[in-house]
Design a binder for this molecule. Sequence first.
Ligand code: PEP
Length: 257
Amino acid sequence: MTIKNNRRPWIGGNWKMFKTIPEALDTFQELKAGLPDPLQAEVIIAPPFTALSALARVIQDGPVRLAAQNVHWAEDGAFTGEISTRMLVDVGCTYCLIGHSERRHVFGETDNQVHQKLATCLKTGLKPVLCLGETLEEREEGRIQAVIERQLLKAVEGVSPEDMARGVVAYEPVWAIGTGRSATPAQAQEVHAFIRGLLQTRFNKTLALETRIVYGGSVTPDNIRDLRSQTDIDGALVGGASLKADKFLALIKEVNQ
Ligand code: PEP
């Protein structure tokens, strides 16, 4: 396994709004049976809310950890249809995706809401997976760094280095998610290095060197090796290719070596 600067590789499968409870359990059992041994990478699955409880029972103390795909920022209250961080911890989640591009662009989530969600996760003990990424228009207008900087700095407003150390950052260019058009390794590396630089300026060098920054956006068994070989790419957040256990296992094996 390639450990870069002591950063343990990390790979997450975002199952989005796919899979009933039996389907989620079947995929998990297949996944579990095929995991590499030794497994040194951190492996996370983010199923729909409805499957969290059933998966928590079978995952137990095994190596795979559960993530939620979203959360509300308030600790509790009259928010019909929403789920709190305490509920996610209670059901067995370790991580929570925050600011996924579908939340930002389909559901209109703002930088400030992302910030509030991140803060509430940290307060409750849930580890945030902070998703950042520019649209194609923003890329073409040369605004990648401005967008990433705005999203990151707002999200971590008031966050201490100790708290930030519990999180993972995912660079997920919006134009690459679910499109079959991944960023090239060089494009991804450039932004990952920029994010690491921002972490150093905002927090400190140690935090910047220790934070896992993972790439997401049409990752497949065909492109993972080249992406992963980049200095600042510590793993992947995977949507479509995580839905089938055999494909996700092929990705896990690449990240694990
Ligand atoms: C995602 O949903 O985070 C994602 C990266 O999706 P996909 O791998 O399908 O592009």
